[in-house]
Ligand binder design. Structure first.
Ligand code: DCP
Length: 658
């Protein structure tokens, strides 16, 4: 159940930054000839051309959707370039995407506390940076405001299509603005600066939402994509939330949202406003009741956790249809691959970040061939984690067998067939830093007496002495929050197995279902509170003018980048393609605006448990506890506004020419 957390301050400046069509951008950076071309990344399983996991904006313009397979995408967009996700150990290898995400995080973390929320999403707490900026240079004295800031979408602001940037400039520099709006304006300036920095250093574009809390920032980041930012003023919150379907709100995509619909007739967030806090508490308990009352009003006290590293690591694979695993030997074979990969990643985390994981969890999706109607889920099983691929495998096999016994019940033999496994994943969680003062990693492990630092099978002296550490004493829960999980995803079908997905890729099944169905659903309208006079056409046009123009400028002027990768020099053909891109992208904005909102509203349902399959999410939420809040990171003070606005504000166009 959601937990209501009090707002620490109503003047926080929180940004949610979301990379645009992330895997596609990573592939386009690797193969610059793909820039400007309709491109999609397909999963490893090549059945019917492979399931699409990321779709570039040019392809979206032609009607390509993430729910399609490659063959279908080719039908609607014959020119589409399909790039297969890298493969290792017979499954998707997401290392390049994960590393690309880390590059971005390291840039975004420069201005404030930074929480890596998924492979391509970050929350930033920019309160200190915004306060500092405001103290040093009053906004009304601001003269040179970067284009990227002026292109911001300010919710609630009446815009006249002819002088949008002027109106935004006026809003940013209003003398009579209240303190909260002034901080938001500073936040917008900082975020635009960071986004341009990301573009310069990584060649990736991203979109952002800037608001007073995480929930609103997340809602806003997807409203104007790609390469744009949206500001949620306090005055716009009501208009933003009221029409939103209740199920689209974070943590309301499941049973709680359904209960609100069926028991209280609440279909939109606005419908929730009629219930008093006491009434909601009576029905859903005091904490959830307060949480519901708060979110209906845009109040959310969730803190940005200072975390640049993932909370857990996972490795998984799906086995759809005839590929289902039907024997213990087959399961063990795949568990070996998954455990070796997990062990390697744990080892890297240990060596690089001096962190150790404490819990191993096995998830599976299964069916009984004799009992096709059964809705019984394969129970997730956990045990303390022992380092070393051999030990992880041994424990995973035991966890699997324990889960299978429970799944089948006493009347079926685990070895006797009659069952199939359509998905398997192993996750290492409860990752903590080795206490400072521990003189060496080896010493730490000796102290723990149950870890083994080698990726080889562990020595017996590290085996658990305590029965509590044995997987036979398994816990039927999982422990993954932000899981860095390698695997492949299967497009939505009823037997979709989703938890072997990676970080963000690990979109929950409810979200995916929404993504699938939303193509047929009317698009939720996201109003500006004062936009009554503005026609939809005008808004579309306005969006066209924003968006990617600066990205194009960037690529056009940097057709041969200085990056070390030799692939970074754009060929003439690629440059021509970029010329085309201008037209394609701006036109695509019309559709993109529609689609991006729909996509991202669905993603509101991502929460700390988003990487897990829906069937596990309920289970997990029941035992999730509030996270320990991280100390705010120190934001560099003493910098002036001039520091935020580089004297050469167009420097991005001159970068990396060497
Ligand atoms: N991903 C995946 N499977 C999913 C969803 C996403 O493998 N079901 C991967 C591919 C995406 C990346 O995760 O590139 C980030 O997912 P997003 O939902 O943020 O989508 P994109 O970044 O691709 O597009 P957008 O610009 O709409 O955010």
């Amino acid at each position: 159940m959601p937990v209501a957390r009090p707002e620490t301050s109503d003047s926080r400046i929180i940004a949610h930054v979301d990379m645009d069509c992330f895997y596609v951008q990573v592939e386009q950076r690797k193969q610059p000839h793909l820039r400007g071309q309709p491109t999609a990344v397909v999963q490893y399983n090549s059945w019917k051309g492979g399931g699409l996991i990321a779709v570039g904006y040019e392809a979206r313009k032609d009607g390509v959707k993430r729910s399609m397979r490659g063959d279908e995408a080719k039908k609607v967009c014959p020119k589409i370039q399909l790039v297969q996700v890298p493969v290792a150990r017979g499954k998707a290898d997401l290392t390049i995407y994960r590393n690309a995400g880390s590059e971005v995080v390291s840039i975004l973390a420069r201005k404030g506390r930074c929480e890596r929320a998924s492979i391509d999403e970050v929350y930033l707490d920019l309160t200190d940076a915004a306060e500092t900026m405001l103290k040093e240079t009053p906004l009304e004295n601001l003269e040179n405001i970067d284009e990227e800031v002026l292109k911001s979408h300010v919710l609630g602001l009446s815009l006249n299509e002819n002088d949008e940037k002027e109106i935004v400039r006026e809003w940013l520099t209003r003398r009579d603005a209240d303190h909260r709006d002034k901080l938001l304006a500073c936040g917008a300036i900082i975020v635009a600066q960071l986004r341009m920095q990301v573009l310069r250093e990584t060649e990736f574009t991203c979109s952002a939402g800037i608001a007073h809390n995480k929930m609103l920032a997340k809602l806003a980041s997807g409203m104007n994509k790609p390469a744009q930012q949206t500001i949620v003023t306090s005055a716009s919150v009501k208009g933003l939330l009221e029409p939103l379907p209740i199920k689209k709100m974070k943590q309301l995509g499941g049973k709680l949202g359904s209960s609100l619909q069926t028991d209280l007739g609440v279909n939109t967030v606005g419908d929730l406003l009629q219930f008093s806090e006491e009434k909601l508490q009576d029905i859903y308990g005091s904490n959830t009741g307060t949480w519901l009352w708060n979110i209906a009003r845009g109040i959310s006290g969730d803190e940005v956790e200072g975390r640049l590293l993932p909370k857990s690591h996972g490795s998984g694979k799906t086995f759809p249809g005839v590929q289902a695993l039907k024997s213990l030997a087959a399961v063990e074979k795949w568990l070996k691959e998954l455990c070796e990969e997990l062990s390697e990643r744990l080892q890297i985390d240990l060596e690089t970040n001096k962190r150790v994981a404490h819990t191993l969890t096995l998830h599976a999706n299964a069916y009984k061939s004799t009992d096709t109607d059964s809705h019984k889920k394969f129970p997730s099983k956990s045990c303390p984690l022992r380092y070393g691929a051999g030990k992880i495998l041994e424990d995973s096999v035991n966890l699997f067998q324990a889960g299978l016994r429970e799944f089948l019940g006493s009347y079926m033999s685990p070895v006797g067939g009659g069952w199939g496994i359509t998905g398997l994943s192993v996750t290492a969680s409860k990752i903590v830093a080795i206490p400072s003062g521990t003189s060496s990693i080896t010493k730490y492990f000796h102290g723990q007496d149950r870890f083994h630092t080698s990726s080889e099978p562990s020595d017996e002296k590290f085996a658990p002495k305590d029965d509590n550490l044995s997987p036979s004493r398994t816990e039927s829960h999982s422990a993954s929050h932000l899981t860095e999980c390698d695997g492949e995803r299967t497009p939505m079908t009823h037997d979709t197995f989703t938890f072997d997905q990676h970080e963000t890729a690990c979109k929950d099944e409810a979200t995916e279902s929404c993504l699938t169905s939303q193509h047929h659903e009317p698009q939720p309208r996201v109003p500006n509170t004062n936009d009554g006079k503005r026609t939809y056409e005008q808004k579309r046009k306005a969006t066209k003018e924003k968006g990617t123009s600066s990205i194009l400028r960037f690529f056009q002027t940097n057709s041969c980048s200085s990056s070390s990768q030799e692939t970074k020099c754009l060929s003439t053909g690629a440059q021509e393609a970029l010329g085309m891109e201008s037209e394609i992208l701006t036109e695509s904005q019309n559709k993109v605006r529609t689609n991006s909102w729909r996509y991202n509203v669905d993603e509101i349902d991502q929460s700390v448990v988003e990487e897990l399959p829906p069937e596990l999410q309920e289970e997990l939420r029941t035992w999730l506890r509030p996270q320990k809040q991280a100390k705010p990171s120190t934001v560099k003070r003493g910098s002036s506004i001039a520091h935020y606005f580089s004297p050469n504000k167009n420097e991005h166009t001159n970068l990396k020419k060497s």
